[in-house]
Design a protein around this ligand. Structure first.
Ligand SMILES: *Cc1c(COP(=O)(O)O)cnc(C)c1O
Length: 360
């Protein structure tokens, strides 16, 4: 490397130099069952109404920095009380980043593992130490370990995905309550998969000043919008608002999300269909010898191969035009795990047929 190039590299914090970028595999031409997207298109009439609305957008103007209409329609749609604060993010990923940018330098960040990779990825990028606490073998929270780690590390933020990704289960409510009681810092309950679990801590927010409930519209069916939100006491959300970039929610997202919340019944009905399909697909997978499935409260299924390689099966599925997620070396999961998103009925059937013939 030239001197100049070395000098430029040295401007970058060492923790960032050591990181690898979050990799999203290309999916062109493949049946996409790797990213927990909703498979359904909108009804024609709804789509036409939406296009008419989009024509009223003014892309030459900055969006409303407070997204007032969106926040008010979101409060109505999800029943968020007016005394609580709401912070919007360009996806909930951005909110994770916002929360971690707000805490003291050197603060410990904690989450059970295996869990959502962004907690650790973003903590690392900000130079914050991350403490992963392994789940029990049945993917429940190891409560003595969690409480012990809270006492030892006094984390500024604990992330709990409810349901968890990649294990697909809900943690026990009483365990989450015990963590809320033990925590001396912020507890973020990440409800990305709430549409498929129907369980929520949103109604507990007013009781716990340290609790932030985080939601996204991504898994519900609007992954392309990039919109997430956290609900919390104003004492916390007002601090987060100070570092939220003023125009982080663009004109089209604001319009489209307001529109979608008016039609929330359509999305909720799709979530019900996805849950029905999930149970169907689980039953099919259970019928396969040498496949171990795990129960799911989300829109995806984790399964382990008992006598085959996940790498081989993943590649064979891809050759057949189906993209799922290979869990690889995720510690805390059984070996040879794969994760499949529940798609439309024809997609699930195609996936299952191909999987069973590849395993045969
Ligand atoms: C997908 C996912 C998110 C990210 O959601 P975006 O709003 O699309 O950024 C957050 N948390 C968990 C647990 C997820 O699985």
């Amino acid at each position: 490397m030239s001197d100049k190039s070395t000098r430029l590299q040295n401007l970058i914090r060492p923790e960032i130099q050591e990181m690898t970028a979050y990799h999203v595999p290309p999916a062109t031409g493949l049946m996409k069952l790797d990213a927990m997207e909703n498979p359904f298109a909108w009804p024609d009439e709804m789509k036409a109404e939406w296009l008419t609305l989009l024509a009223t957008a003014e892309p030459n103007r900055y969006p409303d920095p407070a997204a007032k209409q969106l926040v008010s329609s979101l409060r109505k749609c999800f029943g968020v009380a007016s005394e609580l604060g709401v912070v919007l993010g360009n996806g909930s990923d951005e909110l994770i980043q916002l929360i971690l940018m707000a805490v003291n330098t050197g603060s410990c960040i904690m989450a059970p593992t295996p869990g959502f990779v962004m907690y650790q990825h973003i903590a690392r990028s900000l130079g914050l130490p991350f403490e992963g606490v392994p789940l029990n073998a049945d993917f429940s929270l190891d409560m003595p370990a969690m409480i012990g780690a809270i006492k030892t590390h006094q984390p500024a933020v604990i992330f709990l995905a409810y349901p968890n990704n990649p294990t697909a289960n809900l943690f026990a409510d009483k365990d989450l309550m015990a963590i809320l009681d033990a925590a001396t810092g912020i507890v973020v309950i990440d409800e990305a998969y709430q549409p498929f679990a129907q369980k929520s801590f949103l109604d507990k927010v007013s009781k716990f000043e340290q609790l932030l409930v985080m939601r996204t519209v991504s898994k519900l069916g609007l992954a392309g919008l990039r919109l997430g939100f956290v609900v919390g006491h104003k004492s916390l959300t007002e601090q987060l608002e100070k570092i939220r970039l003023p125009y982080n929610i663009n004109v089209f997202t604001q319009l489209t999300a307001c529109f979608a919340f008016k039609h929330i019944d359509v999305f909720n009905a799709q979530a019900v269909l996805i849950c029905e399909q999930r149970e169907e697909l689980l039953l099919h997978l259970l019928s396969l010898p040498n496949v171990r499935t795990f129960p799911s409260d989300a829109n995806f299924i984790l399964f382990a191969l008992l006598s085959d390689s996940a790498e081989r099966v993943f590649n064979a599925l891809k050759d057949e035009g189906v993209l799922i997620k290979k869990m690889g070396a995720v510690s805390g999961l059984p070996p040879e795990c794969l994760r499949v998103t529940v798609g439309s009925m024809p997609e699930n059937e195609a996936f299952f047929e191909k999987l069973s013939s590849i395993l045969a």
